[in-house]
Design a protein around this ligand. Structure first.
Ligand code: NAP
Length: 334
C-alpha cells in the first residue's frame, strides 16, 4: 500500500522554511503480528517539535535527517493484526507524519466513542490540557483571590490554564498576540484582563502593572524572553513561576541574554520551576478525569484552529510561531 510521508530534509537555522520538509511517496510493508494500519484524522503540530529538529541532547530524541517527522495523531484503524484493536476503532498515539502508517497496537490508545470530539484528545484532554492542569495546580498552587498571569494565553495550553485559574477563584490576566485573541479570551474564556503584547511595545511593564493591581502571585510562562522579563518586575512575595515553555526562543540560534531574574526570585522568596508534562505520567488518569468532568460540567471550554489537508502540515507547524492559531492547532487529514 502506498502512502505519502513528510521527512526532515534539513535542520533549520532560525525559523524553519519549506527546505526543512520533504514529501516522499513510500510503499508500506505488510502488517506484522500486533501491528495496525492507521489513517490519521487529525495530526497535531506542537511547539516542542521545533526542538526535535535540532541536533542536540534533550528530554526527547532529535528527529533524524531524512526520516519522517512524528507527532501526536488521532486516527482510525484501517487494518489490524492485533487482538486489542479492531478495524474501524479510533486511536491516539505518536506516529509519523504520513497519510497512512503502521504502528504497534501496544503503543496506541483506543478512544472510546462518546459525546466528546475525538480531536479533543490532542488538545484539552491530551498533552496540552494535562500540561496546563499539572503545571498550574501542582507547581502554581493558585489560591482564591490570587492573581495569575498567563503568557501564550490564547494557545492550547494557555487557554486551559486561564480557565482552571478562574475555577480556583483567581484574578486571571493573559498576554496574547492580537486584538482578536484579547477579545476571545475576555468574552468566551472568562479572562479578567488580556494584554496584546504586540501592540504594547515598551509599555508592556506598565500595562501588566495596571492589569494586576495586587501584583502577581502565579506566573504560568509559555513564551519567555521580554514578556517574562516584564512580568517578573511585578511579582509578589512567595510568587510561584511555572516555566512551561519558551517559544519566543525556540528559533534562536544564539544563547539569549536578558534580565537577570534571580535577584527578583531571591528578594521575593519566590519559587521558579520548570517541568515536562511527562514528569506527571503516573498521574495522567487523575488529570484526564478532572478535565473531562470540568468539560462536561461546562466549566471548561476549548477552541481549535483546524487546517485542512495533509500537504498543509508544514504551514500549520510554522503558523505556531507567528500566532496563526487560537487554541489547539490541528491539521485535518480525512
Ligand atoms: P500554542 O500556545 O497553542 O501555540 C503557540 C503560540 O505561541 C502562538 O499561537 C503564539 O501566540 C505564541 N507565540 C509564538 N511565538 C511567540 C513569540 N516569539 N513570543 C510570544 N508568543 C509567541 O502552543 P501550546 O502547544 O499551547 O504550547 C505553549 C507553550 O507551552 C510552548 O512554549 C510549548 O513548547 C510549551 N509546552 C510545554 C509542555 C511541557 O511539558 N513543559 C507541554 C506542552 C507545551 P500569540 O499570537 O499570542 O503570539
Amino acid at each position: 500500500m502506498r502512502a505519502t510521508q513528510i521527512v526532515l530534509s534539513s535542520r533549520p537555522k532560525g525559523i524553519p522554511t519549506s527546505d526543512t520538509f520533504r514529501f516522499e511517496e513510500i510503499e508500506l510493508p505488510n502488517l506484522k503480528e500486533g501491528e495496525v494500519l492507521v489513517q490519521p484524522s487529525f495530526i497535531s503540530v506542537d511547539p516542542y517539535m521545533r526542538g526535535r529538529m535540532n541536533d542536540i541532547e534533550s528530554y526527547i530524541p532529535s528527529f533524524q535527517l531524512n526520516a519522517p517527522i512524528e507527532g501526536g495523531i488521532m486516527g482510525k484503524v484501517m487494518e489490524s493484526k492485533s487482538d486489542t484493536l479492531k478495524a474501524g476503532e479510533l486511536v491516539l498515539g505518536t506516529l509519523p507524519w504520513a497519510t497512512k502508517s503502521i504502528g504497534k497496537a501496544s503503543n496506541l490508545k483506543k478512544i472510546i466513542p462518546s459525546s466528546i470530539s475525538p480531536s479533543y484528545y490532542l488538545g484539552i484532554l491530551g498533552m496540552p490540557g494535562l500540561t496546563a492542569y499539572f503545571g498550574l495546580l501542582d507547581i502554581g498552587k493558585p489560591k482564591a483571590g490570587e492573581t495569575v498571569v498567563v503568557s501564550g494565553a490564547a494557545g492550547a495550553v494557555g487557554m486551559v490554564v486561564g480557565q482552571i485559574a478562574k475555577i480556583k477563584g483567581c484574578r486571571v490576566v493573559g498576554l496574547a498576540g492580537s486584538d482578536e485573541k484579547v477579545q476571545i479570551l475576555k468574552e468566551q474564556f472568562g479572562y479578567d484582563e488580556v494584554i496584546n503584547y504586540k501592540t504594547a511595545g515598551r509599555n508592556l511593564f506598565e500595562l501588566i502593572k495596571a492589569a494586576c493591581p495586587n501584583n502577581i502571585d502565579v506566573y504560568f510562562d509559555n513564551v519567555g524572553a521580554e514578556i517574562t522579563d516584564s512580568v517578573i518586575f511585578n511579582i509578589n512575595a512567595k510568587a510561584r513561576i511555572i516555566v512551561c515553555g519558551q517559544i519566543a526562543l525556540y528559533n534562536s540560534s544564539q544563547i539569549s541574554r536578558g534580565l537577570r531574574l534571580l535577584p527578583f526570585i531571591l528578594t521575593k522568596s519566590a519559587l521558579i520551576q520548570g517541568f515536562i508534562v511527562h514528569d506527571y505520567k503516573g498521574r495522567f488518569p487523575e488529570g484526564m478525569q478532572q478535565l473531562t468532568t470540568w468539560l462536561q460540567e461546562g466549566k471548561l471550554h476549548f477552541k481549535e484552529t483546524v487546517i485542512k489537508g495533509f500537504e498543509r502540515l508544514p504551514e500549520a507547524f510554522l503558523g505556531l510561531f507567528s500566532g496563526q492559531n487560537v487554541g489547539k492547532m490541528l491539521v485535518q487529514v480525512d
